[in-house]
Design a protein around this ligand. Structure first.
Ligand code: AMP
Ligand code: MG
Length: 300
């Protein structure tokens, strides 16, 4: 398959790819997503094939607006409150399924649906133009490092319909996932800090080791070995640091938002050098929770 490349000015052509039932990589504020029409199982299957993603791993449905999201799932009071407060934004809500026309394959057969309205102007414009819910996991081969810049998506060249280039993402890690089936439960740490959500929900219950269905213990993996919480370093090790340090720092001023934004791009850069990587300790509050979660999976 020939992958077509689009700039922001060519968004109409990019939207046509999705409408034609093909896959399109597009930017969101978290990471680049690989999109397909959520109502078209044939299109959705192309995502699983391009990523070699296990079929039991359900996809997040991206909507242009809260109104569109309300057509897909049943929102309880808390879900509605969270959606109104944090959408568009890096928060995914899992709610009981309402729209039975959503592809079963996208839902991996579940009776619930994961929904998000992304906070990215190009993504929102695309979703509005396509005028359909769009499933979009990260645009990388399953198990590898997520893409935060358009050129990172080139790992999928020849396997997807197109790439819409919208520059670098602004958050850099995937969305936080909260299930609102009964009481709200944190399923995955991500781009919206848990503390910010808990200001509304109160202390969140945490699912078993923060594992939502289909999430893999080993994920985001570089090709070279990676060691965490390193405080001393071997000669051949490349350092991924935090704060002032020798080597590459995720954020010289110790800013966790900046660190999240740099995480995947720096991992890719270090990995391309072909040596083992040693990562310094990173605080666990705020976006540190998501950073440490991704690093743990990368090291497994
Ligand atoms: P991603 O791989 O970033 O697209 O995120 C998709 C993740 O969302 C999956 O791995 C699941 O863990 C989670 N997810 C999607 N749908 C559901 C659902 N219905 N119930 C619980 N978790 C879900
Ligand atoms: Mg992913």
């Amino acid at each position: 398959m020939q992958t077509q490349f689009f700039t922001a000015h060519e968004i109409d052509k990019a939207a046509a790819i999705l409408q034609a039932g093909e896959t399109l990589a597009f930017p969101t504020e978290t990471v680049y997503g690989l999109g397909a029409d959520a109502l078209n199982s044939e299109a959705v299957l192309k995502i699983y094939a391009a990523k070699s993603r296990p079929r039991f791993n359900p996809l997040i449905v991206h909507c242009a607006s809260l109104e569109q999201a309300l057509e897909q799932g049943h929102f309880n009071e808390m879900a509605l409150k969270l959606a109104k407060r944090f959408w568009p934004g890096p928060l995914t809500l899992v709610v009981p399924l309402k729209n039975k026309n959503l592809s079963d394959i996208a839902l991996a057969g579940l009776q619930s649906v994961a929904l998000r309205v992304p906070n990215h102007p190009l993504a929102l414009e695309l979703l509005r133009k396509v005028n359909r819910p769009i499933v979009a996991p990260s645009a990388n081969p399953s198990g590898f490092i997520s893409p935060t810049k358009a050129f990172h998506v080139h790992d999928l060249n020849g396997r997807i319909g197109g790439i819409l280039d919208g520059g670098a993402c602004q958050v850099g890690v995937e969305s936080t996932i909260v299930a609102c089936l009964d009481k709200p439960v944190l399923l995955r740490a991500g781009g919206l800090a848990r503390e910010v959500i808990e200001a509304i929900t109160g202390k969140l219950e945490i699912s078993d080791e923060l594992i939502a269905p289909g999430q893999l213990k080993s994920h985001y993996a570089p090709r070279n070995p990676i060691r965490l919480n390193a405080t001393s370093f071997a000669k051949n090790e490349l350092v991924l640091g935090f704060g002032e340090c020798e080597g590459m720092s995720l954020s010289r001023d110790g800013n966790l938002q900046e660190a999240a934004l740099n995480l995947f791009a720096y991992l890719r850069e270090l990995d391309s050098l072909g040596q083992p990587i040693a990562v310094m300790p990173i605080p666990s509050h705020g976006l540190g929770e998501a950073i440490n979660d991704r690093l743990k999976r990368a090291a497994t």
